[in-house]
Ligand binder design. Sequence first.
Ligand code: NAD
Length: 382
Amino acid sequence: MSTPFATIPDDGTPLRVVVVGAGGMGRAWLRTVESSPLVELAGIVDLDLATASEAAASLGRPDLPVGAGTASLASDVGAQAVINVTVPAAHHPVTTEALAAGLPVLGEKPVASTVAQGLSLAAAAELHGQLFMVSQSRRYNRQLFEAKRLSGSLGAVGIVSAEFFKAPHFGGFRDAMDHPLLLDMAIHQFDMARFLLDADPVSVFCEEYNPSWSWYRGDAGATAVFEMTGGERFVFNGSWCSPGQETSWNASWRISGEHGTVLWDGDNEPVSSAAIPLGSDAPDPGQEIAGSLRDFVSAVRTGSTPMGQVHQNIMSLAMVESAILSASTGARASVDALLEDSYQQALLAERDPAVLEVLKSWTSVRSALSGGSALAGEGIRR
Ligand SMILES: NC(=O)c1ccc[n+]([C@@H]2O[C@H](COP(=O)([O-])OP(=O)(O)OC[C@H]3O[C@@H](n4cnc5c(N)ncnc54)[C@H](O)[C@@H]3O)[C@@H](O)[C@H]2O)c1
């Protein structure tokens, strides 16, 4: 994807950022920002000012400016970028506000609550000429990169599977969600499969269910088979209520190709049955959110396209929504049909006339998301 965005050339000083959302994950981001020489924490935003102040105090910086409004605090403290770690329902309003204020945004996954809102954010990023990158943190893993490098010697790769079996007792919102596994967790593995295959989803057949002993209200188990753009199949099989012999948080992976197989348990070095390809090990992308922060700053500084750039990232949420749709209808779900529905919803819901004009200018959702002009026979045409 090559949508251009404004850059802030490196002048030798760290990029001044505000972090929005000081909850559980916000605190992890605050610690990462504080320990990075690439950025300087200029303020904390939270709807709950006491939460923001407590987070500032926990960093040993009780005098750090805090506020409840993103654009206003960013302006007050001269911030150059925003890190959005709010709840998914706030991703769209907070990121829209920051982009309109001329600020690049690094946001937590998912891109937004819905694919339709994600499309609105992609159009807003285009309109304002600002970078919006979604932090899909599990991509930033040296072993994952190495698994991909090793799979390069398998010849044609046709099957990728991820098994995810864990038994966390979170309490709180996840226990009450409708689709806790697919919505809150599987997006990571769906996104990792796209990375491993360099492919996007075409269709999915998914079953969701809740084992009899599950402590979740919604379905804690799911099996999904995706057809990908290269004709490969990606199979996700997971449960969030499976104690014993648990997999890693990254899942346990099998990449099956013409000449062999790569296995990765998600915690240790991947192994290959095929001859190891010549050349050095895969590059180190950094570890989780520290890696995505580095990718974001590098993109803002140089104009390079980071992993997770909004147009690229939306397909990962489209995999989640398509899987949920398939599970609810009992039929295979087409990703193009979901994109078309989401696009129509985005047109109806858009309140900003200028963003609406950008959305209307798209000739095809898939081509808009891939940054190119519509190609005959590719994606949805209008
Ligand atoms: N990458 C990962 O592995 C990972 C792990 C956990 C959470 N997350 C993601 O991080 C995000 C935050 O999750 P969390 O667990 O920290 O949630 P949380 O509920 O603990 O915290 C969210 C905070 O955002 C604040 N907030 C909500 N709306 C706001 C708004 N409009 N403006 C300013 N502040 C607002 C809330 O007051 C709260 O303090 C979610 O998108 C979640 O999916 C990612």
